[in-house]
Design a protein around this ligand. Structure first.
Ligand code: SF4
Ligand code: SF4
Length: 177
């Protein structure tokens, strides 16, 4: 139960230790995914599959690494703020709670993120980055090999947007370089 509490926030986000090597098993799985994508001739369906695969992959890594280290819905960075006496109106909900806006992202539901967003999942805050935890879209084979530069930049920058709204842009950028 405690583990579930810790990942309650977003069975979404991110995180891969940049120093961690991808195992052979992992590589095989990622190559299998690329084959599936190539076999899908309908480009819209292919992009939809790619989006899901990327989210699934990042979710898996998030669960394995638990880099945000949620405890009682407070992440490791915000626990650090508390320990250092940095006063905030709330420490809960990690970066799904925006201090600038003073509220939670409207996609945050009772059981975590209610959409699947690749940019959010890839993001790591400065606290984690300082500790070597960050991720690159080029470390996921399906995004590395199946998207062009313009699509990658787009996917990494479309935060807080549901899949059905992200996909048309991804498809439009098919021939951009
Ligand atoms: S602030 Fe950092 S540690 Fe907290 S949820 Fe966001 S990325 Fe994770
Ligand atoms: S879309 Fe909102 S709720 Fe979902 S991970 Fe991003 S910030 Fe959090």
């Amino acid at each position: 139960m405690a583990f579930l509490d810790n990942i309650r926030l977003k069975l979404s986000i991110r995180y891969i230790n940049k120093n961690k090597k991808i195992s052979d098993k992992e590589k095989k799985e990622q190559i299998k995914n690329i084959k599936k994508l190539i076999d899908e001739k309908d480009y819209e369906k292919r992009m939809s599959m790619l989006h899901d695969m990327t989210c699934d992959y990042l979710d898996k890594i998030f669960i394995e690494q638990n880099a945000c280290g949620f405890k009682n819905n407070i992440c490791v960075r915000r626990r650090d703020m508390m320990e250092r006496g940095i006063k905030k109106p709330s420490y809960e909900d990690g970066c799904c709670h925006g201090y600038k806006e003073g509220k939670n992202c409207h996609y945050l539901g009772d059981h975590g993120c209610t959409i699947r967003n690749v940019a959010c999942k890839l993001y790591t805050c400065p606290y984690l980055k300082k500790r070597g935890i960050k991720y690159s879209i080029n470390k996921i084979y399906c995004t590395r090999y199946m998207l062009n530069w313009s699509q990658k930049v787009y996917l990494m920058s479309t935060f807080f947007i549901p899949k059905n709204e992200v996909l048309p842009g991804l498809i439009r950028k098919r021939y951009h370089v």
